[in-house]
Design a protein around this ligand. Structure first.
Ligand code: OAD
Length: 240
């Protein structure tokens, strides 16, 4: 089977990581969709860093949930598999998805990179700093290694998604825990299934993608995904 899985913040919600647009997403009364912007960083880099440091801490203390584990199991048992996640946390990786089977299309929250030159470092535990980190190469401000609103996606990561999609249609596309706000998420889901395969949406709420889904699962991801994955793995065994 050829399987594409697209995930968003809802998949990490049951690990205690707030979503972006949900009512729990607000931080100190600030809208996360306004904090995750180059404009917010230019205006108040200290505030943006405080938000990211708190998020890093919360993610470090969180554990993958049954949804991350089910997706990892599906990856393990499927030859032709790609996970594209909008999540910048490391919960999919910690659940056991190898890096070559996953694209973090909005970056990795534990990377700190220079806002001017190419220098970057991996900052998993380095949270002693309180201020705004400065680049050791060019002294410019460092920023979190994530993609903000209005910024370009990484060309390399985009290429990996396109290489997978260009090959052939998928038997199954699963879209879980995302509002599918970005056009490219919709495009990839539709291109992946190409009217041939199954398009499964896992989300308690309706989204713009819902009307294209061949199967709608209106449940939390940690409940629905283990069952969906078992079903897919069983159906494959019975086809052998
Ligand atoms: P959102 O916060 O926009 O949406 C979360 C989605 O998850 C909603 O559709 C919820 O209904 C759904 N949801 C909530 N709890 C769930 C659960 N337990 N199981 C399944 N679904 C659940 O998050 P994203 O769609 O991931 O980008 O947001 C996309 C991007 O916008 C983010 O990567 C980030 C953000 O701003 C950037 O920062 C560039």
């Amino acid at each position: 089977m050829r399987i594409l899985v697209l995930t968003g913040a809802g998949v990490s919600a049951e690990s205690g990581i707030p979503t972006f647009r949900g009512k729990d997403g607000y931080w100190r009364n600030l809208d996360p969709t306004k904090l995750a912007t180059p404009e917010a960083f230019a205006r108040d880099p200290q505030l943006v860093w405080e938000w990211y440091r708190e998020r890093r801490k919360r993610i470090r203390n969180a554990r993958p949930n049954a949804a991350h584990e089910a997706i990892a199991r599906l990856a393990q048992h499927t030859d032709d598999f790609l996970l594209v996640t909008q999540n910048v946390d490391d919960l999919h990786a910690r659940a056991g998805i190898p890096a070559q089977r996953m694209v973090q299309i909005h970056g990795d929250i534990f990377i700190t990179r220079c806002s001017r030159c190419d220098f970057e470092r991996y900052d998993y535990e380095q949270e002693q700093e309180k201020g705004i980190p400065k680049c050791s190469q060019c002294t410019s401000l460092m920023r979190p290694g994530v993609v903000w609103f209005g910024e370009q996606l990484s060309w390399n990561e985009l290429q990996r998604v396109h290489d997978f999609l260009d090959c052939e249609a998928c038997d199954v596309v699963i879209v879980a825990g995302t509002t599918a706000t970005f056009g490219y998420i919709m495009d990839w889901a539709l291109q992946g299934s190409r009217d041939l395969g199954e398009l499964i949406e896992v989300n308690p709420e309706e989204t713009p993608l819902s009307r294209f889904a061949t199967r709608l699962v209106r449940e939390p991801a940690a409940i629905a995904l283990p069952r969906i994955v078992e079903g897919l793995l069983d159906s494959r065994c019975s086809r052998l």
